[in-house]
Design a binder for this molecule. Structure first.
Ligand code: GDP
Length: 304
């Protein structure tokens, strides 16, 4: 409840202060529709756009404007109808009618690929997990699937890094991507990472969204913002997963919720609508069920 209140007061502040003008180069609109535009062959042609027809009839209420600017409102939900109870705790994500079965029953490692074109060839949707080295990616994947040592690869900085596909419940993939920005990695290794991983993002038709991990125990990092901006500019849908949110002791610097707020303010400079975000901890399990539910609604809509 505390988190919810914190979110709402944060969101309200954001909503009440006029948005700063968007720089032309970065003025891309991120919305769930982009997710679908990304895989257009999956989009049902005749889905009625409820919010558009309603907007034509009456001006948007403050509540709807708030929902559209700050919250992640999934397909099938009219921003006018969003209530507090529909927002997942510790996130800005509204749960809609596409949310469904979300628990992980089985996970199998499928393959490691050195190039985007070597990835498994099938129609099942996938979510790519991406973040700086040490952000908590392996811990989060292990906590999600509740198995030790699933995310075995990509651990050693500088070693050959691969795209790792894990099949969940035989119906969708978690994709573990190499971490970026490790201080000890050479420039050559970073460049290599860029072309390799960018190739994956730009060519993978079954990619529903990137889960971009951000360490909430440290202040916003330029490299994370650059990564988010690159994904946004290329219309790659993303959800921010704030990691290590259990580190509540402000031994040095700010608390996770303060770092998250700072990060969001920076992100907001480039986005008209805030991408989905969620607070997690692999130590306490915070955000696990909420994240799985969120993935279920993205997946189920994609599957239509
Ligand atoms: P990766 O390099 O991104 O795969 O990061 P790891 O999962 O190996 O985690 C890096 C370090 O952060 C390890 O020391 C983990 O124990 C720690 N860590 C990861 N997730 C959490 C978390 O949710 N809370 C806390 N307190 N520490 C975490």
């Amino acid at each position: 409840m505390l988190l919810r209140n914190r979110l709402l007061s944060l969101s309200l502040t954001l909503f009440l202060s006029p948005p700063s003008p968007l720089p032309k180069s970065a003025s891309f609109l991120f919305s769930f529709n982009k997710t679908i535009a990304h895989s257009t062959h999956k989009r049902p042609e005749s889905k009625p756009d409820v919010s558009a027809s309603r907007a034509a009839k009456q001006p948007m209420s403050e509540r709807a404007r708030f929902a559209k600017t700050v919250l992640f409102v999934p397909p099938g939900v009219d921003p006018e109808d969003v209530t507090d109870e529909m927002i997942l705790p510790g996130s800005n994500i509204v749960v809609g009618p596409y949310a469904g079965h979300s628990q992980i029953k089985e996970v199998e490692f499928v393959k490691s690929s050195g190039r985007a074109k070597d990835c498994p060839k099938d129609d099942r949707p996938e979510f790519a997990i991406l973040g700086r080295s040490n952000v908590g990616k392996s811990s989060l994947i292990n906590a999600l699937v509740r198995k030790k040592e699933v995310a075995l690869t990509s651990k050693k900085p500088g070693k050959t890094q691969l795209i790792n596909h894990f099949l969940v419940n035989k119906s969708w993939y978690i994709v573990d991507l190499p971490g970026y920005g490790f201080a000890r990695a050479s420039n050559a290794a970073r460049t290599d990472w860029s072309s390799f991983t960018k190739g994956y993002f730009l060519n993978r038709d079954t990619l529903v969204a990137v889960l971009l991990l951000i360490d909430a125990s440290v202040p916003p990092q330029r490299i994370d913002l650059d990564c988010a901006n690159w994904l946004g500019r290329n219309n790659i849908p993303m959800t921010f997963l704030f990691t290590k949110c259990d580190k509540l002791k402000a031994s040095k610097g700010k608390r996770p919720d303060e770092n998250i707020r700072d990060f969001q303010e920076l992100v907001r400079e480039n986005y008209k609508q805030h991408p989905a975000w969620i607070m997690t901890s692999s130590v306490t399990g915070l955000g696990r069920d909420e994240l799985l539910l969120h993935l279920s609604q993205l997946r189920n809509y994609w599957d239509q």
